[in-house]
Design a protein around this ligand. Structure first.
Ligand code: C2O
Ligand code: CU
Length: 488
């Protein structure tokens, strides 16, 4: 591996032009890795835990010595982590003290439609601020706040929540509206995985900063004036992990569990370790544990995907440094681990992780094709699904509950495709039915490479209503690469 220092001649291969910071950037591996705080309920009863989150602006020191104004859940970047039990309901009152409308979606959640974050179910700003660009008909608007109910009727998994406002998801997530939602269950608790301060979330997101420390984001104009950096998806020159630029974290020479989320708007990463024997033992994907652990030398992660991995530092010596790098795009550094000391390790990686089973390809089921393409639809320029720009009034499919369907995704360029409500299994990629290296387990986002065809097996259960399928390159999503379907 050739390591370049941060921000040097970076050439994004996959999305828009690189946004370059004008701010003075720190040397890498100076800032300690922050861990987002776990959100505490305001009360609990036999079945549910109740929380209150305030979406507000805050001025945070992301780059040393500079202030960045963020839009954060509780003013944090990333937001607080929800750490909840499978089968126990999470009720979140979201208060909007920002001056724009917002919508909250629990990504990967088995969520009833009224709480799923339909892009027009806007929470209007509590202060009645500047909203004209959010005045769109057809949603269930609420003033100032909205209560979301998540039944968590699903297995242990690493989910995340983020903004989903129609046409404005990308800039609002970029400014901070995202956080983790971890679901735990007995099956997972019964494994002797690393835990406590050896279970660490790594939320990776790229951002660019203006000279004064504020976020840089391209102007998003419709029509011929769309900046190319916006059109293809925003990629930026500073890699943040849990909100800190190229951070450093001290570890014992033992096993760690890292829940890796790519919360970037458009950037893909190929994660690798710079030196020594460290590799990734994948134990889970978007939808929870795999059946058996899987070893990877590198992990390719697209926007919105999660990889739950164990990394074993026991073959390193105190004083060793292990750098997590990105092999794509020449922007190499992500963060560094400093091995501090030998220590006792009571964890292990069980040979059998979960009762997760691969469902064989059924015959005679409904099949649907979703074509993700650059395109124009009417006066809309941008990105389309099946030739249509997102229209909240149009249901592109009526899908029966409790039945397997095979969905085929077809792309032109790279698109990370996400489906709400139900996870899926990848059945084939590029015509090959052997599960590809990064497609194992239950997924809710699948990275589809240029001109590729991917088939997935999906089954929706329990909740009738309007749901979404879309590209999770957030600029593509905002440029209408989204479709609604209805479960019936
Ligand atoms: Cu993570 Cu519809 O989104
Ligand atoms: Cu896309």
């Amino acid at each position: 591996l050739t390591l370049t220092s941060c921000g040097q001649e970076a050439k994004p291969a996959q999305a828009g032009e690189l946004l370059r910071s004008k701010a003075k950037l720190p040397a890498p591996f100076q800032v300690p890795l922050p861990i987002p705080p776990v959100k505490k309920p305001i009360r609990s009863d036999a079945k549910a835990d109740y929380y209150r989150v305030v979406q507000r602006k805050a001025s945070l020191e992301i780059l040393p010595g500079l202030k960045t104004e963020v839009m954060g859940y509780d003013g944090l970047f990333p937001g607080p982590t929800f750490d909840v039990r499978s089968g126990r309901t999470t009720v979140v009152e979201q208060v909007n003290e920002l001056d724009v409308s917002t919508v909250v979606h629990l990504h990967g959640g088995h969520t009833p439609a009224p709480s799923d974050g339909w892009p027009l179910d806007l929470i209007m700003p509590a202060n009645g601020g500047h909203t004209e660009h959010h005045m769109m008909a057809g949603g269930d608007m609420t003033m100032g706040k909205r209560t979301y109910t998540y039944p968590n009727t699903q297995r242990a998994a690493t989910l995340w929540y983020h903004d989903h406002t129609m046409d404005y998801t990308a800039p609002q997530v970029y400014r901070g509206l995202f956080g983790l939602h971890l679901i735990r269950d007995d099956e997972e608790d019964n494994l002797t995985l690393p835990k406590g301060d050896r279970e660490i979330p790594l939320v990776i997101a790229d951002r660019a900063f203006d000279a004064d420390g504020s976020f840089l984001y391209p102007a998003a104009k419709d029509g011929p004036g769309v900046e190319p950096a916006y059109m293809e998806g925003v990629v930026a020159d500073v890699t943040l992990v849990n909100g800190a630029p190229w951070p450093v974290h001290e570890v014992d020479a033992v096993r760690y569990r890292f829940r890796i989320l790519n919360a970037s708007n458009a950037r893909r990463y190929e994660l690798a370790f710079s030196n020594g024997p460290a590799k990734f033992v994948q134990i889970g994907s978007d939808g929870g544990l795999l059946d058996v652990p899987l070893e990877h030398q590198t992990v390719v992660i697209a926007p919105a995907e999660r990889f739950d991995v164990i990394v074993d530092f026991s073959q390193y010596h105190p004083g060793d440094e292990v750098t997590l790098v990105n092999k794509l795009d020449n922007i190499a550094n992500i963060m560094r681990f400093k091995v501090a000391r030998k220590a006792v390790d009571e964890s292990n990686i069980p040979a059998k992780l979960s009762s997760y089973a691969v469902t064989p390809r059924p015959t005679g089921v409904v099949r649907r094709e979703w074509r993700f393409r650059r395109g124009s639809a009417g006066d809309h320029r941008g990105w389309t699904i099946n030739g249509k720009a997102f229209d909240p009034a149009v249901m592109q499919a009526q899908v029966k509950l409790d039945q397997y369907e095979i969905w085929t995704f077809v792309t032109d360029v790279h698109h990370p495709v996400h489906v709400h409500l139900a996870p899926f299994q990848v059945l084939s990629r590029g015509g090959k039915t052997k599960v590809a290296e990064y497609d194992h387990g239950w997924k809710d986002t699948v990275d589809i490479r240029p001109a590729e065809v991917v088939e997935v097996l999906v089954k929706f259960t329990a909740h009738k209503g309007k749901y979404l399928i879309h590209c999770h390159n957030l600029e593509h999503e905002d440029m209408a690469m989204m479709a609604a379907f209805e479960t019936i």
